[in-house]
Design a protein around this ligand. Structure first.
Ligand code: GLA
Length: 700
């Protein structure tokens, strides 16, 4: 007998029809009550010259049931049981959760599908598990999570990127065929971020129905969006398993990564705002609830040139400009004089630090700053003591030569001796020194990821999680940054055990504007590492005034990435000013609702953050303005009847090239009601390319 199940959240409904199989028939706006006739009302016709029965788009679509698109499960048992068809045998309904038990007695497989809908954020979480109950092993090829979308979801926004250019977006039409992304790089990757958006025609930051999805996984994945020839459509994501990677013996199970989804009626802002809230409440957890400390990271300041007295001088200057956490990057461990050597030898280089690391840390702490250290635990250099002692610890395949990446190889974390060595080294560092922060880097892809001859991206990824978890269990006060040549490992699963991301190795403020915007769709500002770099960016050689650099770093988890000793007094004054500004608004920036406004000029970014009362808005002119005059800034996220005190907080100090007369309000405080701000708007000054301003709106 068919029945209908209904999960609701504050603004969202998930309606599921359960028969022999289960099918989501609505994921979208909240429905207050389900009518009895909905079962009949949603019965589909059967079209001519096709299968004689209706084929539901089930929770895990099966080829054997007549689903001709990407199935949710693939595998075989010695060439049998390769087209399983499941039957629902039990459903448990909790307040915000449904658990479906399914079985296929012919294929000797059990499946369970767990769906949770978070009330406060409307974020949906789906996970599928499979258990082999047959005598012979089951070779699993794929187990993915599928979510259906309505026919009016006709546009896609997907992500692409590369090193130093993460989180780029593109728009695609979604009417026929579809989109598919495969990540085979062994880490989340710069190229294939495991998330995307689908929406109604022309959806934008502020308008339209939008569904956002995100796979929580740091290894290989497949992410796709498909339109069936009958017009029905779905998104699907799961781990991309290599041949023979998951073999289930009798009684063994495999669970897919968690797949998160969120629907909103109010454009991309609605989805990202809810993802942020979900991340804050359910994914990231800081050891101590305190303001995110402003960083200085030594990398672009001194690279491998470590001299403790000089580093102490840097620390003194750092404290002077307002830094709260000082991090020594790559180059501190024995034999590490360049990028070709010593990874794996996690012992202090005593020729560089003859008196140990303690005096440096004591100096940093005395200045009131926390101390952090860079590590890259998963890696090994061929020229290292570790490699000379244990060449067999490399993740690889016997009989082949694999290419190195940044002159290094990956360690096999499923090798217990290797795992224990890494734990011992990291544990020793955290025990020996007063380290409150690790920058955990991972600088190459996995090529030939073999453990004892078998494919091992899955096992390697799980072992990485285990290593971090074990370390945090021993040192719960420590925070970790997930870095992977910049933004190569940014995802929800790694964020469950880390506290910050290094968004990109590209510190060019102009490039950062786009990278950070892309990242902001899924991650709240407090986990997005954003640093002021030197005036000439090391990755692009583009030069930026401190206004552009400071304003771009201001709204993330702020830091500086340069040598303050060599900086001019004028530059230092600039760092100090933007750090102070960040601290002044940090509470709002790191707890408020972030938004992006649609602009007429595509060369302009307008974004901000708000709580119940205050708003902080950044306007950044990326390139030459499209027109001679900027469009008035109409601010939609204010209360129509409330009154606001509007002030300009920050703007480029240099003389303007494109503007000869400033609007006089820039030097005043305005009092405006919400509906004036929403409907008429605020006239902006003409910003030169690559500059930004900051506005504050205080509700009175
Ligand atoms: C990677 C990181 C950088 C820096 C270097 C050190 O590239 O992304 O921030 O830590 O490694 O080698």
């Amino acid at each position: 007998m068919s029945q209908i199940l209904h999960l609701t959240s504050e603004r969202c409904s998930l309606v599921i029809k359960v028969d022999r199989n289960a099918e989501i028939i609505h994921w979208g706006n909240r429905i207050s009550q389900i009518d009895e006739d909905l079962l009949l009302a949603t019965e589909r016709p059967v079209s001519q010259a096709r299968l004689d029965v209706d084929v539901p788009l089930s929770l895990v679509p099966e080829m054997g049931a007549g689903h001709f698109n990407a199935p949710g499960i693939e595998g075989h048992r010695d060439r049998s049981a390769w087209a399983p068809v499941f039957k629902v045998v039990a459903v448990e309904q909790g307040e915000q959760q449904l658990v479906f038990q399914l079985e296929d007695q012919t294929a000797q497989l059990l499946m369970s599908v767990n769906i949770e809908l978070d009330y406060a954020t409307d974020v949906l979480k789906k996970q599928v598990s499979i258990t082999n109950i047959g005598e012979q092993p089951y070779q699993l090829g794929k187990l993915s999570c599928t979510l259906p979308l309505p026919q009016h979801a006709v546009e896609l926004m997907t992500f692409h990127g590369r090193w130093s250019r993460e989180f780029q977006t593109q728009r695609l039409s979604f009417s026929h065929g579809g989109f598919m992304q495969e990540n085979r790089r062994g880490r989340t990757s710069h190229e294939n971020f495991p998330g995307m958006f689908v929406g109604s025609k022309g959806f934008s930051e502020q308008q339209g129905q939008v569904w956002g999805v995100k796979l929580a996984w740091s290894g290989n994945h497949q992410l796709r969006a498909d339109v069936k020839s009958d017009g029905r459509r779905f998104v699907q994501a799961g781990e991309l398993l290599l041949a023979g990677e998951v073999v289930l013996e009798k009684g063994e199970s495999y669970s897919s990564p968690e797949f998160y989804g969120c629907f909103s009626n109010s454009g991309l802002n609605g989805v990202s705002e809810r993802f942020h809230k979900y991340v804050r409440e359910n994914i990231v957890s800081f050891p101590v609830d305190k303001p995110r400390p402003v960083h200085l990271n030594t990398w672009e300041g001194i690279y491998f040139d470590h001299r403790p007295e000089y580093i102490q001088e840097m620390a003194t200057e750092a404290a002077e400009i307002g830094v709260e956490r000082f991090i020594i990057d790559d180059g501190w461990f024995v034999g590490r004089d360049g990028e070709r050597t010593a990874l794996g030898d996690w012992y202090l280089d005593e020729t560089k630090y003859p008196d140990g690391l303690e005096p440096v840390i004591a100096h940093v702490n005395k200045l009131g700053m926390e101390f952090g250290l860079w590590v890259e635990p998963e890696m090994i250099s061929e020229d290292s003591m570790l490699y000379r002692a244990h060449p067999d610890w490399v993740l690889g395949l016997e009989g082949y030569h694999q290419p190195s990446g940044r002159w290094q190889y990956v360690l096999d974390l499923q090798n217990d001796d290797c795992f224990n060595y890494l734990f011992e080294r990291l544990n020793d560092l955290l025990t020996r020194y007063n380290i409150s922060y690790l920058k955990w880097d991972m600088n190459r892809e996995l090529v030939q990821p073999g453990h004892q001859g078998s494919p091992a991206v899955h096992g390697q990824t799980k072992a990485l999680y285990r290593l971090v978890d074990q370390l945090l269990a021993a040192h719960p006060e420590v925070e970790i940054e997930s870095c992977s040549s910049g933004g190569g490992r940014i995802d929800f699963e790694i964020l469950k055990r880390t506290h910050r991301f290094w968004a990109s190795d590209c510190n060019d403020a102009l490039e950062r504007q786009t990278i950070q915007r892309g990242m902001s769709y899924f991650f709240p500002p407090e986990v997005m590492g954003a640093h002021i770099g030197p005036d000439e960016a090391h990755t692009t050689r583009r030069c930026h005034h401190i206004n552009m650099r400071g304003m771009t770093a201001l709204s993330g988890h702020m830091g500086v990435e340069l040598d303050p000793v060599r900086a001019s007094d004028e530059d230092k004054a600039g760092f100090k000013r933007y750090i102070a500004l960040h601290k002044q608004y940090r509470q709002l920036l790191h707890s408020g609702r972030s938004f992006r406004l649609d602009t007429h000029d595509e060369r302009q970014h307008v974004y901000g953050v708000t709580d119940e009362n205050d708003l902080l808005i950044t306007v950044c002119q990326l390139a030459m303005p499209d027109h001679a005059l900027p469009a008035p800034l109409r601010i939609s996220c204010v209360e129509p009847d409330a009154r606001y005190k509007v002030t300009l907080v920050e703007m480029p100090e240099t003389s303007f090239q494109l503007m000869k007369q400033r609007p006089s309000w820039l030097d005043k405080t305005l009092i405006l009601t919400g509906d004036n701000l929403r409907e008429v708007g605020l006239t902006l000054p003409i910003l030169d390319p690559e500059s930004a301003l900051l506005l504050s709106l205080e509700r009175i």
